[in-house]
Ligand binder design. Structure first.
Ligand SMILES: NC(=O)c1ccc[n+]([C@@H]2O[C@H](COP(=O)([O-])OP(=O)(O)OC[C@H]3O[C@@H](n4cnc5c(N)ncnc54)[C@H](O)[C@@H]3O)[C@@H](O)[C@H]2O)c1
Length: 336
């Protein structure tokens, strides 16, 4: 982790705190800067579903078990909540993770309202409070652009990727002004690690394949998975990127990945080796053809130069670090 940054006595807003990455940030600050005041926001799951059958909001209280900061349950589209944030606090930093994170959602208006509109509202609060802001963008902005994905080659294939690109455009627009704050957008590639379990079907394949194997079943992969490559980045590296993004050398939008492309078959093979199994994988047709990324690999040269970011975890290292938690979840949550 970066050493020189001190968040003690700072007031920090974390949106999407009931989710995977937001909760990891809450615990990072709680453990490393116990004097920091953390305000955590999420709207949490509420038995409402999109037309794809997935939950509208994925936040889950269990992601925050042990959290000692201030929790506000609310919708970042709610103007009353936004006013409360603006008037009742004075933030030093904002880490904005709340979003519809499901790349297969089809409802365009809802996606844009939550992901794009709320971002600009939070950005205005950041400017007013003089709070540096770091927000979650996504590698989905690149769609089927060729690898390694670099800034400038955006070609989103779905409304999710488009929404994240529009957030980045808002940042560029605001950065044309002389601001007192830094704005950093982080285009995460495929994140995996502790805290993703409650994302259900949208959790990483690392977790899904591992739980299939632990259930004594063959891992279920899309056909040609040895030829589908992604840049899989571990949650601890994503937290590190957020910390570095809070005080960057230069505001802007940055890729966050390992700069290494690995196949879905690699994941199944690594897991089988670590779990001591030799199942023949099951291959199923890919239902997302036409809006699916077949090769992602982050170009992280600018992230290294301007944030000082370099990943610490290879896919093998990340899976090793994650394995105990995967087994715990299988015993405590899957066997119910
Ligand atoms: N996990 C990945 O691989 C990945 C990759 C690229 C980008 N991202 C982005 O990173 C961020 C965090 O992703 P995650 O994986 O933790 O997803 P997540 O779904 O676990 O977390 C997002 C959180 O936002 C909350 N939320 C949604 N709509 C809200 C609203 N209107 N008001 C308040 N809260 C709301 C959800 O309840 C959820 O807890 C998201 O912006 C996502 O788009 C994630």
């Amino acid at each position: 982790m970066p050493e020189k940054q001190d968040f003690s006595d700072k007031t920090i807003l974390i949106t999407g705190a009931g989710g995977f990455i937001g909760s990891a940030l809450c615990f990072y600050f709680q453990e490393n800067f116990p004097k920091a005041k953390i305000i955590a926001i999420d709207c949490f799951r509420n038995n409402e579903y999109f037309s794809n059958g997935n939950l509208k909001a994925l936040g889950h209280f269990k992601n925050l078990l042990g959290f000692k900061g201030l929790l506000l349950s609310g919708n970042i589209n709610d103007k009353t909540l936004l006013k409360k944030l603006e008037n009742e606090y004075k933030f030093d930093y904002i880490f904005h993770q709340a979003a519809i994170s499901d790349t297969t959602v089809k409802e365009q208006a809802c996606m844009l309202q939550i992901n794009v509109n709320a971002y600009e509202d939070l950005l205005k609060i950041a400017i007013k409070h003089k709070a540096n802001i770091v927000y979650a963008s996504s590698a989905a902005v690149y769609g089927d652009a060729s690898s390694p994905q670099s800034l400038g080659s955006e070609a989103p294939q779905n409304i999710y990727g488009f929404s994240k690109l529009m957030m980045d455009n808002i940042s560029y627009e605001y950065l044309k002004n002389d601001l007192d704050i830094s704005i950093v957008g982080l285009r995460y590639f495929n994140v995996y690690g502790k805290g993703e379990f409650y994302k259900g079907k949208t959790a990483s394949t690392v977790l899904q394949f591992a739980h299939q194997i632990l259930a004594k079943k063959a891992p279920k992969l899309f056909e040609n998975s040895d030829k589908i490559f992604r840049d899989f980045v571990y949650i601890k590296d994503v937290v590190k990127a957020n910390i570095l993004g809070a005080n960057p050398k230069k505001s802007g939008v940055y890729n966050i990945g390992t700069a290494v492309a690995r196949s879905f078959q690699d994941i199944a093979d690594i897991l089988q080796a670590k779990l001591g199994t030799t199942y023949n994988c099951e291959y199923i047709p890919n239902p997302y053809l036409g809006q699916y990324q077949f090769f992602t690999q982050a170009d992280i040269v600018q992230s290294e130069q301007n944030l000082g970011f370099s990943p610490s975890f290879s896919l093998e290292d990340g899976i090793s670090d994650y394995l105990e938690e995967i087994k715990r979840l299988f015993d405590k949550e899957m066997k119910k």
